[in-house]
Design a protein around this ligand. Sequence first.
Ligand SMILES: Nc1nc2c(c(=O)[nH]1)N[C@H]1C(S)=C(S)[C@@H](COP(=O)(O)O)O[C@H]1N2
Ligand SMILES: [Mo]
Length: 544
Amino acid sequence: METRPPDLSFPEPEPHGAGAPAGRPAGPPLPAWAWAALGVAVTLLALGVAQVVALLTGASTAPLVAVGDAFVDRTPPWLKDFAVATFGTNDKAVLLGGAAVVLLGLGALAGLLARRRAGTASQVVLGLGAVAALAAATRPDAGALAVLPSVLGAIVGSVALSALASRAPGAGVSEPAGSPPSGSAPSGSADRRRFLQVLGAVGAGGAAAVVVGRAVSARLAGGTASRAQVTLPRPADPAPALPASVEVGVDGVVPFRVPNADFYRIDTALVVPQVDATSWTLRIHGMVEREVTLTYDELVAQPLVERDVTLMCVSNEVGGDLVGNARWLGLPIKPLLEKAGATAGADMVLSTSADGWTCSTPLDVLLDGRDALLAVGMNGEPLPVEHGFPVRMVVPGLYGFVSATKWVVDLEVTRFADAQAYWTPRGWSEKAPVKTQSRIDVPAAGADVRAGTVAVAGVAWAQHRGIDAVEVRVDDGPWQPAKLGSVPSTDTWRQWVLAWDATPGRHTLAVRATDATGTPQTGDQAPPAPDGATGWHTIQVTVT
Ligand SMILES: Nc1nc2c(c(=O)[nH]1)N[C@H]1C(S)=C(S)[C@@H](COP(=O)(O)O)O[C@H]1N2
Ligand SMILES: [Mo]
């Protein structure tokens, strides 16, 4: 017996005339699901064409990326917070995947519409392309050709939709209501099978073009290729060798220096900005005596310093892992700003990335002598592309969103009263020094442990103030001082460990740190927005 997909067809439309228009294929009409499949196939084709065109215009001009980026910029703070909390650093993949599902759904609807109104359906495809083109054209880093992928993709998609719709078996014919399904007619089912094969080929071709196009553009990407050519100079002022005692020696505690591949990544860019070091320049302007511009070669020709600095995201929940410590190599920002000469009244540096993201950093922080860097190296390698190649800012003591601009290309000396950074109108603070925080890494929350001596250990941080004490509380007992790992400066996190005499039962462990100004970490719970979460990291364990 021949198995066929379920026929979900709606009642047939009223005939427009007698019989099939001349030249229209005869045969049994396609069921609704096949029309939806036609829409999906055409959408994949459009996306494939767009992805190939984006090889010329840049990966961020591909329609889903452009729409996704525009969406990210319009995301309310609570939703961004939710996305980071729920999907962590996979939030981008989730967003792109979600956008693809929505678009393919719209494509399926356009296909269903094409069954009756092929002309209108083609216009819907063009309309979707226009929306994507608008999104691409209004990106801060959009070039003149940014609309091309969406426009050409939509044109090919709409032409393909009309062409396929007019060739669909049974298009334009209708059957008398109540007539038995005629798909079993031998010639009709062969026509349909052939048509569905064409749809499959169109859809698969489009999908393949998307996959191959993305892979090729990643390979050709300017930043990735350029990074492979870069060799970093040796630091004029190297970081001190780290004593073994920076590690408390407990398995499961985050390493003092986090390898690049494990380092958390947070930014608004759906595709990583690709910046070629050989064409990179930094412009320092605004309220300055004289503008300064700097090329990459000029930057790395100067004496570079190397420092261990802990970077931290304001979106980190208490106990979260959007924090990491690395060894950065870079050029101090202070002398550059002094060369430019800030004029009276300036109190902020607005830094801008190659993709148009902006960040406000207090001028006095950049000039107070801390190791604020234009970093080119991370843990002994050129900056990874996703961490800001070729140059990013690193400023000890401030959350990343007000200090750590990746792919930085522009520093404008200005005033908080005159300029706003990306996150400011989205409800985040314009200034945000890091709050003292501590985290229990072992035992893991909810773990089962053996009675006896148990190492409770983790990290604490209060960058640029430093950590003076960490204490652990078991249930309602007293706060017990933990042993601290050593640190090279006040700018890094600090490991800690407490030997706990664990007795059988369920226990609650809490941790708090005290910074080097003597201020203990508050137990008041606050969410990440607008300027960083507070509260004590508290976990439950079962001792047997
Ligand atoms: N260009 C650019 N730089 C950026 C951001 C961004 O969205 N775009 N995000 C900032 C935030 S919120 C943080 S926490 C740090 C994270 O740096 P990392 O991804 O290297 O860990 O980068 C900062 N620099
Ligand atoms: Mo962040």
